[in-house]
Design a protein around this ligand. Structure first.
Ligand code: NDP
Length: 248
């Protein structure tokens, strides 16, 4: 399916690496104007903007922590200043701080919830008014773990389950304003985040995935573009599981 996003303005949080980067690239290939955020990977951000501009895409990057309420407002304002509208917001930035509950520190809880859940609130709140006026699409990245749970990830699973409840509630608030709010819940994807897994964990994950491989980030990005496209106009409050059959 090739969808034309010519003239569509897109903001992706955490766009420098992994899934976020693939989402940025897919929207750019489809003709969109793309802004993306990052926290510390300035060199990657600069290189990605250059790459996109060479392909003829209008693009820029924004540095800041998604957990900071004012940062989110200033990032959305920057998109509106440049392009007047924000059509698609993808809340992708996320982190893990894994550990069994016994050893999990308060700061591990706070960092993960602040980034993965409060970050989604911050950017959605900043986009709320402009999208109420002109319609749009918000797509939040959750995880299979938000549905199944996972030992050693109480903080992460709570944040990702929170994203689902948040998104369904926001979908009900914004439906009459022509704003669709949906969730993509990936399984295990080949990114820096999963590079941290040891071989035994990786093998046991693969044993449980009927498609017998990790996802490529581009496969998650394609699902995001589908939900942002006219093909999904009547879909809101939905959780699209993209996990190779890991959880059915
Ligand atoms: P990566 O670690 O590869 O990339 C994370 C991106 O988010 C980077 O661009 C990073 O920027 C940015 N980021 C992280 N924290 C912040 C912050 N506080 N403020 C701003 N930007 C931030 O992650 P993935 O691509 O693997 O994951 C992307 C999303 O998909 C996450 O929400 C994750 O939970 C979810 N997911 C991932 C799965 C996987 O298997 N990889 C499976 C299921 C869900 P910088 O480099 O500058 O820090």
């Amino acid at each position: 399916m090739t969808v034309d996003f010519d003239g569509t303005t897109v903001l992706v949080t955490g766009g420098t690496r992994g899934i976020g980067r693939a989402i940025v690239q897919k929207f750019a290939e489809a003709g969109a104007r793309v802004a993306f955020t990052y926290r510390s990977s300035a060199a990657e951000a600069e290189a990605l903007v250059e790459e996109l501009e060479e392909q003829g895409t209008e693009a820029f990057s924004l540095q800041g922590d998604v957990a900071d309420f004012d940062v989110a407002q200033s990032h959305v304002d920057a998109v509106l200043d440049r392009w007047d509208t924000l059509d698609v917001l993808v809340n992708n930035a996320g982190i893990t701080r894994d550990g069994l509950m016994l050893r999990l520190e308060e700061e591990d809880w706070d960092a993960v919830l602040d980034t993965n859940l409060k970050g989604v609130f911050n950017f959605s709140k900043a986009a709320y008014r402009p999208m109420m006026r002109s319609g749009g699409s918000i797509i939040n990245i959750s995880s299979v773990v938000g549905t199944t749970g996972n030992a050693g990830q109480t903080n992460y699973a709570a944040s990702k389950a929170g994203v689902v409840g948040f998104s369904k509630s926001l979908a009900k608030e914004l439906g009459s304003r022509d704003v669709n709010v949906n969730v993509v819940a990936p399984g295990y994807v080949q990114t820096d985040m999963t590079d941290e897994l040891d071989d035994d964990t990786r093998d046991s994950i693969l044993d449980a995935v009927p498609l017998d491989r990790l996802a490529d980030p581009s496969e998650i990005a394609k699902s995001v573009l589908f939900l942002a496209s006219p093909a999904a106009d009547y879909i809101t409050g939905h959780v699209l599981h993209v996990n190779g059959g890991l959880s059915m």
